[in-house]
Design a protein around this ligand. Structure first.
Ligand SMILES: [Mn+2]
Length: 372
C-alpha cells in the first residue's frame, strides 16, 4: 500500500490544480483564472500562489472532504469528434456558479500529454522521454499517460481514503475505465457488493476498435470482468447501436434498457425495475457513469456524438433519485461534454444548454456522494 505521504507526493507530480489539465498558455486562460479566483481568491491568482495553496490544501482540506472532484482532460480515447478535454474546466465553471463546486473538495486535474492514452501502448523510449517532460526525471517510477495516471491515483485514493468518494469529470468515455476499475477493486477489497449504472446513447461494448481495446467505444466491455458478475452492469438510454438489445444481453449477460423503453414505460417504472434487479443481487454501493449523450441532442448538443431520440434531463434524475434512496452512490462521473463542439442540427444555445443540464445532474451526484 502507498503511504499517505507517498500518495500526496505523487499527486504533486502527476496532477495540477483544478483548471490546468489542458496544457495551454492562452486558450481559455480567462476561464481558468476565473475558476481559480473563485476557488483560491483573486490575490492567490495575481500573486501566482495557486499551486502553493493547492499543495497545502492536500494536507488540510482533503482529509476533511467527503466528495472529491477530479478532472481528466483527455480525449485521446475518442474518435468521432474530439473536444471533451475541455469538459472539466467548463463544467466546473457551471458548478461554481451554482455553488456546488465549493461544497466538494476539488483535488485538481491529471497532467495530460494529449497524444497519449494508456502506458501499455507505449514503448520504453517514449515512456522515458515523457517522464523527462512531465517529471524532469526519466527514471522516476510514475505513469505518463492520462488513463494510467488516473488508475494509479484512484487506486491509492481508495486505499488511503476508503470513506471518500470521487466525482470525476471527463474527458471522452475511456477515462471511466481506470476510475471504475479502481473503484470496483476497492469495493471488492472492502467486501462491498457493487454495481455499475451506465447512462449512454451507445453501448460502448466493442471488444476492440481498430485494434485498440481501451477507448470510448470499448471501455464497458473491458470493465465487465472486474464486476462480481455481468448482471451487476445496467445500461440505460441506449439507442444508437447497429445491433439489437438481445444481441448485447445474450453476449454479455447484463441488463440493457433502451431510450424508447424509458419513454414507453416511464422513468419511474424503469427506476423501480433497476432497484428491484440490484436488490436481488444484494448490491450495496453503486457507481454512476454518465455520458452526456444519453440525453437527447436538443439538451446535449455540445458532445462528440449527439443523438436524437434520447432522454429528457428529468428522466435520469428520477432514476438517480430512486438509486440514491436505495443504495449508496460512492463513485460517479460526467463525461463527453465537448464545450467547443456544436451539433449542426441543434437550435439551442450551446454549450450553455449542455452545461446547464450536465451541471444539474452533476450537482445531484456530488450532493449524494457528500451525504454519507
Ligand atoms: Mn460512452
Amino acid at each position: 500500500m502507498t503511504s499517505r505521504n507517498e500518495f500526496l507526493s505523487k499527486i504533486k507530480h502527476y496532477m495540477t490544480p483544478p483548471g490546468e489539465g489542458v496544457f495551454t498558455v492562452h486558450t481559455a486562460a480567462d476561464k481558468r483564472n476565473n475558476l481559480q479566483k473563485k476557488i483560491y481568491g483573486a490575490e492567490a491568482v495575481a500573486q501566482k500562489k495557486v499551486r502553493e495553496i493547492w499543495e497545502q490544501s492536500l494536507t488540510n482540506a482533503l482529509p476533511v472532504a467527503k466528495a472529491v472532484v477530479f478532472g481528466i482532460c483527455s480525449d485521446a480515447g475518442g474518435g468521432i469528434q474530439r473536444g471533451a478535454n475541455w469538459g472539466p474546466l467548463f463544467l466546473r465553471e457551471t458548478l461554481i456558479h451554482s455553488g456546488e463546486e465549493l461544497r466538494a473538495y476539488d483535488i485538481g486535474d491529471v497532467r495530460v500529454i494529449p497524444q497519449l492514452l494508456h502506458d501499455k501502448y507505449l514503448n520504453a523510449e517514449t515512456i522515458k522521454s515523457c517522464r523527462k517532460a512531465l517529471y524532469q526525471d526519466e527514471n522516476i517510477h510514475l505513469p505518463v499517460s492520462p488513463l494510467s495516471i488516473a488508475y494509479d491515483f484512484a487506486k491509492d485514493f481508495h486505499e488511503n481514503f476508503p470513506a471518500k468518494n470521487i466525482f470525476m469529470i471527463g474527458g471522452d468515455h475511456s477515462v471511466s475505465y481506470p476510475m471504475v476499475r479502481a473503484w470496483l477493486e476497492a469495493k471488492k477489497a472492502q467486501g462491498k457488493k457493487a454495481a455499475l449504472i451506465h447512462f449512454d446513447a451507445h453501448t460502448d461494448l466493442l471488444e476492440e476498435r481498430m485494434g485498440i481495446d481501451i477507448c470510448f467505444g470499448t471501455w464497458t466491455s473491458q470493465i465487465i470482468p472486474f464486476l462480481e458478475s455481468p448482471d451487476h452492469l445496467v445500461q440505460i438510454g441506449i439507442r444508437a447501436s447497429a445491433k439489437e438489445r438481445m444481441h448485447w444481453e445474450e453476449k454479455f449477460k447484463h441488463q440493457q434498457i433502451w431510450a424508447h423503453e424509458v419513454h414507453s414505460k416511464g422513468a419511474q417504472a424503469i427506476a423501480d425495475q433497476i432497484v428491484a434487479h440490484l436488490k436481488t443481487l444484494d448490491v450495496e454501493e453503486v457507481y454512476v457513469s454518465f455520458d452526456i449523450d444519453v440525453l437527447d441532442a436538443s439538451y446535449a448538443g455540445a458532445t462528440g456524438t449527439p443523438e436524437h431520440g434520447g432522454l429528457t434531463p428529468h428522466e435520469p434524475m428520477l432514476i438517480l433519485q430512486s438509486v440514491f434512496e436505495n443504495f449508496k452512490i460512492t463513485g460517479s462521473d460526467m463525461v463527453e461534454i465537448a464545450p467547443m463542439v456544436k451539433a449542426p442540427d441543434v437550435k439551442q444555445v450551446e454549450p450553455e444548454t449542455t452545461l446547464l443540464v450536465a451541471g444539474a445532474i452533476s450537482t445531484f451526484l456530488i450532493q449524494a456522494m457528500g451525504s454519507y
